[in-house]
Write a protein that binds this ligand. Sequence first.
Ligand SMILES: [Zn+2]
Length: 402
Amino acid sequence: MIFKLKGTFQHYDWGGESFIPNWLKLKETEDKPYAEYWLGAHRLAPSLIEFEGQWLELDRVLDKAPKLLGEKSQGKFGDELPFLLKILDVKSPISIQIHPTAAEAKLGYEQEDEMGIPLTAYNRVYKDHNHKAEMMIALSDFWLLHGFRTEANIVETLRERESLKQLANHIERRSLASVYAEIMQADQSQLAEWLLPIIHSKREDYQQGKLKLDDPDYWVLFSMDSLQISEDKLDAGLVCFYLFNIVHLEKGESVYQGAGFPHAYLRGQSIELMANSDNIIRGGLTKKYVNIPALLNTIDYREITPKIIPAYEGDEPLYLYPTSEIDDFVMQRFEFKPFDEEKFTATSATILLVMSGSLYIDLGDDSIYLQQGEAAFISADSEVDIIGETDGYAVIATLPCE
Ligand SMILES: [Zn+2]
């Protein structure tokens, strides 16, 4: 079966105002940032599916008819849709974060339960038993922090700045892990000693557009401005620009982020597909709760060279993004032209989102028409024909079919 699917908005502070409403061609908008558009069955903000002329919440529908998910999905992930598909419009940096492995999540969840911390509490970290692997595809130039740089690069970067030289020496004498812990627990006067000389000496260059975008100083000043961080309330996350890889994705490029890797989205628009979890361990650039022990316990200090998945330029109509480490989701891209027809077999519940152009999804006696921004929920064991009406492309979120 196929159903039209309507997503939900998240109006987080860091979101931009116009990208999502323009892309969805919304006629009326609220006077709020449109940060995220969610397609999925997350209990906090389930999408709506159209059933016999009525719009129903997808999580409730799946509660009543879990068979729509398919046997394989139910066997592995229970009666929940295992993934969540999002469109993001990042105007100012989102908190630095890591996501636990499933084993860490389970343990953390049980410990917090034993400690009597309610699920909705400010200081609750583990909200479910799941890991939260995620992948994203850039829809514009996109900037993010992604894992630790090599130690040699960190030391060199720190040493180039007088006020951070001491940290470079500490790394050489001790270890990156212990210096990271020192940074994350530093008090205001220490943060001021490290950061204020840079902020003061680089502000003018920043304002005149003289700093390069791969220069960590640029992002320190950009974050101070866009997150309205005052000089007497510095955030330890600002120091992390000197420790983590600053990655630039061009439109169409994508990246996968597994458990334990620190990351932060800094600016740009993207499609994101993730495991259905809300387990976020924050590590700065945030006013939200930062649980230092949980952070130090789960963070992966390995130096990484970011693996950027190039924009697809082949001529296969259905392209599968390589995210083979996990089995909670896969992302496919369907590129179409008028009258292009492609068979798609949903072995488990699938979400198809039209990113541009328009198409038909045909299931024999059932057919729906979708334009840019519109989506469909395709239940398990459906075989459909996707037929292009114009030039365009769609993304398809589903489970890997092994
Ligand atoms: Zn994340």
